[in-house]
Design a protein around this ligand. Structure first.
Ligand SMILES: Nc1nc2c(ncn2[C@@H]2O[C@H](COP(=O)(O)OP(=O)(O)OP(=O)(O)O)[C@@H](O)[C@H]2O)c(=O)[nH]1
Ligand SMILES: [Mg+2]
Length: 594
C-alpha cells in the first residue's frame, strides 16, 4: 500500500517526477522546463466539499518557509512536512469557523524559494503569481529586518501586473484593480530572526510601534520622486503601490531568532529540536497563528465565482498551470475564470441530471405501467430535487448568463413541452411516458389473452360441444370478463386495448353464440320437418290401407247388396274426414303450417 503522505506537490517543475510510493519528487536528467500538476493532489483537492481557505507561504529561498508552513498545520506536526520544489500542500486539513460564520477547510501550501540558485527569475515570478492567485492568505516570509533599502525584495509583487491579465480578450475594456482586488489574498509579511523593536518618529519623539506600522510608515510609504532619472525611487514606488494595492489586507509580523545555537537552527525541522527552541520564539509562533486566523477568508476566484470549493480550486490550478506553459508566461484570469465556470456548470448540470434520472428510473422500474399522471407527479418531485441540487451546487457562481444557459439546458434535458404547454414533446419525461404506453399496451394485451383463455374460450368450447339446446348466459359471462379486465388492467392503454382487443373478442363470442343458436334452431326445425314427413308417410300409409280396406268392403257389399250405393258414398266420405283430422293434429302439435 502507498504511504500516507503528510504533504503532496500541487505542481512541480517538469525536471522532476512524482513518486507516489516514497512521497518524493525524483529529479530527472533534464533542464527545468514548465510546471506540471500532480493528479494525486488534484484528487485530494476535489474531495473537499465546501468553502476552502488555502494559506500559502512564499518568499526568498532558505529563510524558514517550510518550517513555519509546518507550524501552521493543525494539529502541529513535530517534523517539517514540506520538501519544496514547486508548490506543496499539506494533506492534513482542518476546519475553521470564520468571523462571518462560514466554515472553511484550511490547508497550507509551501513554495520553493524565490531566487533559488537553479531557478530563473521568470520561474520565480510564475511561482509568486500562482500562489497569489491560489491563496486566501499569502505569507511572505523573509529573514532579517526590512529597511527602505531592501525594497527590491518586493519585486515579485511589483511585476505581478505583467503576468496577470484581467481584461476581456478581444475587447477594449480595461478592468480596474478594485474589480478584482477582493479575490486576491490577504497578505502577511513575516520577518524572521528579528529581535529588535521598531519605532517611528512622527514628531520630535520616537514611538515604539508594531512592525506592521513600522513597515507601512517607513518601508511602504511612497518616496517623493524628485524628477529626472530617479529610477530607483520610481521602481521602489511601483513595488510599494503593487503590494498595497494588489492585496486587500496588509499585515506584518516578526519572529525572533529561534535559538543562538547554530546546530539547533540547522535542524529546526526535526522533532527532537522543538524542546531546544527558545520559549519566546515558540510563544511568538503562537501569536503568529492567532494573527493569521484573523486574515483567513474563504477563497474566491475572479471574475465569476464566489466561494470556491476544492473541486473548483483543482480546476483553477490546472488551468493556471497549463495557461502558464502555453501562453508564454501571461495569465488571462478572466478567460480562465470563464473556462472554469463552464467546466463547473457542466459538472453540476450532469450531476443534477443524474439525480433526476436515478430517482425517476427507480420509480419507473417499480411502478410501470401506471396512469400517466403518476409519472408526471413523480417527474415533478424529481425535477425539484435536481433543480435544488443545481442551485445549491452553483450558488457560488455569480455568472448569471452562464447559470441561466445551464439551467435551461438541464430543464430541456428533463422535459420539453409543446407551445401550449400541455404536451410533453421531448426530454427524459417523454421517454418515460412513451415507455409507460408501451408497457401498458403489452400488459393489457396479456390480460386480454389471459381472460380469453380463462373465461371466454371454455365458454365457446362448451357451446360448440353442447347440442342439448340448453340456454347459456353469454351476457353475464362477458360482463364478468369486463369487470375482471378493469380490475387487472393498468396504464394509459387500458381503453385502447379494451376497444381494440377485448371488445373484439367479446363481439366474436357473441357472434359465434348467435350463429350457434341459428344453427341449432335450423337443426330443430329440420327434425320437425322430418317428423312431419314421417308422420305424413304414416298417415298416407294408413289412408292407403284404409282405402284398400274400404274398397274391399265396398266390393263385398256390392256383391251381396247391389242396391246399396248410398252406404258406399258415406263410407268414402268418412275415410277422407278421418285422414284430414290426423293431418291437422300433426300440424298443431309442431306449430307448423307446412
Ligand atoms: N535562523 C533561522 N533559521 C531557521 C528558521 N526557520 C528555519 N530555519 C532553518 O533554516 C533552514 C531552512 O529552513 P527551511 O524551513 O527549509 O527554509 P525554506 O525557506 O523552506 O528553504 P527553501 O525551501 O530551500 O527555500 C533550516 O536549516 C532550518 O532549520 C528561523 O526562523 N531562523
Ligand atoms: Mg522549503
Amino acid at each position: 500500500m502507498d504511504k500516507v503522505h503528510t504533504s503532496i506537490p500541487l505542481c512541480f517543475p517538469d525536471n522532476f517526477e512524482w513518486d507516489r510510493g516514497s512521497g518524493t519528487l525524483v529529479k530527472k536528467r533534464k533542464a527545468r522546463g514548465k510546471l506540471v500538476v500532480c493528479e494525486d493532489a488534484l484528487q485530494i483537492l476535489r474531495s473537499i466539499d465546501g468553502p476552502i481557505c488555502p494559506i500559502a507561504v512564499t518568499g526568498p529561498a532558505r529563510c524558514g518557509k517550510s518550517y513555519i508552513a509546518s507550524q501552521m498545520v493543525e494539529s502541529r506536526p513535530h517534523d517539517c512536512v514540506f520538501k519544496t520544489s514547486g508548490i506543496w500542500m499539506s494533506t492534513d486539513m482542518f476546519k475553521k469557523k470564520l468571523r462571518k460564520g462560514v466554515e472553511v477547510t484550511v490547508f497550507v501550501m509551501d513554495t520553493e524559494g524565490l531566487g533559488a540558485y537553479d531557478a530563473y527569475s521568470e520561474d520565480d515570478l510564475q511561482m509568486f503569481s500562482l500562489v497569489s492567485l491560489l491563496a486566501s492568505v499569502l505569507v511572505y516570509n523573509s529573514r532579517g529586518s526590512m529597511t527602505v533599502h531592501d525594497i527590491k525584495n518586493l519585486r515579485w509583487v511589483g511585476t505581478l501586473g505583467n503576468v496577470i491579465n484581467v481584461d476581456e480578450v478581444g475587447k477594449g475594456t480595461k478592468s480596474k484593480v478594485k474589480d478584482f482586488i477582493k479575490f486576491f489574498p490577504n497578505v502577511m509579511w513575516l520577518l524572521c530572526d528579528v529581535s529588535m523593536t521598531f519605532s517611528i518618529s512622527p514628531g520630535d519623539e520616537e514611538i515604539e510601534v508594531d512592525i506592521k506600522d513600522y513597515i507601512l510608515e517607513e518601508v511602504l510609504k511612497l518616496e517623493e520622486e524628485t524628477g529626472d532619472g530617479d529610477d530607483r525611487v520610481k521602481e521602489g514606488n511601483t513595488y510599494r503601490n503593487a503590494l498595497l494595492k494588489s492585496f486587500p489586507v496588509f499585515d506584518a509580523f516578526k519572529l525572533s531568532t529561534p535559538s543562538i545555537d547554530i546546530n539547533v537552527l540547522a535542524n529546526m525541522h526535526k522533532e527532537e529540536t522543538r524542546s531546544k527552541l527558545d520559549k519566546d520564539f515558540l510563544a511568538e509562533v503562537d501569536g503568529l497563528l492567532g494573527r493569521l486566523a484573523i486574515l483567513m477568508k474563504p477563497k474566491k476566484a475572479w471574475p465569476y465565482v464566489g466561494n470556491i470549493h476544492g473541486k473548483q480550486f483543482a480546476e483553477l490550478l490546472k488551468e493556471y498551470v497549463s495557461e502558464f506553459s502555453s501562453s508564454g508566461g501571461v495569465l488571462n484570469i478572466r478567460s480562465i475564470g470563464s473556462r472554469v465556470v463552464e467546466t463547473l456548470l457542466n459538472d453540476v448540470h450532469e450531476k443534477a441530471f443524474d439525480k433526476y434520472t436515478s430517482k425517476m428510473d427507480e420509480f419507473l422500474k417499480s411502478v410501470l405501467p401506471c396512469p400517466n399522471h403518476e409519472v408526471v407527479y413523480k417527474h415533478k418531485t424529481c425535477l425539484d430535487r435536481a433543480m435544488q441540487y443545481f442551485n445549491v451546487k452553483s450558488k457560488y457562481i455569480k455568472d448569471s448568463d452562464s447559470l441561466s444557459i445551464y439551467r435551461k439546458k438541464l430543464l430541456e434535458r428533463i422535459a420539453v413541452y409543446s407551445d401550449d404547454g400541455l404536451t410533453c414533446v421531448g426530454g427524459h419525461l417523454k421517454t418515460s411516458l412513451a415507455s409507460n404506453v408501451k408497457q401498458s399496451d403489452v400488459f393489457c394485451k396479456k390480460i386480454v389473452d389471459d381472460l380469453f383463455k380463462e373465461k371466454l374460450k371454455p365458454l365457446m368450447d362448451y357451446c360448440e360441444e353442447d347440442d342439448t339446446g340448453q340456454s347459456i348466459d353469454v351476457e353475464s359471462a362477458i360482463n364478468d370478463v369486463e369487470t375482471e379486465y378493469k380490475k387487472r388492467a393498468r396504464g394509459p392503454q387500458i381503453w385502447h386495448v379494451y376497444k381494440t382487443e377485448l371488445a373484439e373478442d367479446q363481439e366474436n363470442v357473441e357472434e359465434l353464440m348467435r350463429s350457434l343458436k341459428i344453427e341449432k334452431e335450423k337443426i330443430m326445425h329440420l327434425s320437425w320437418k322430418d317428423d312431419i314427413v314421417e308422420q305424413k308417410k304414416g298417415i298416407a300409409n294408413d289412408r292407403e290401407e284404409s282405402i284398400a280396406a274400404i274398397l274391399s268392403q265396398v266390393n263385398q257389399l256390392l256383391k251381396s247388396h247391389p242396391g246399396l250405393a248410398n252406404e258406399l258414398q258415406i263410407l268414402i266420405a268418412q275415410s277422407k274426414e278421418e285422414s284430414k283430422k290426423q293431418e291437422k293434429e300433426l300440424m298443431k302439435k309442431h306449430d307448423c303450417t307446412d
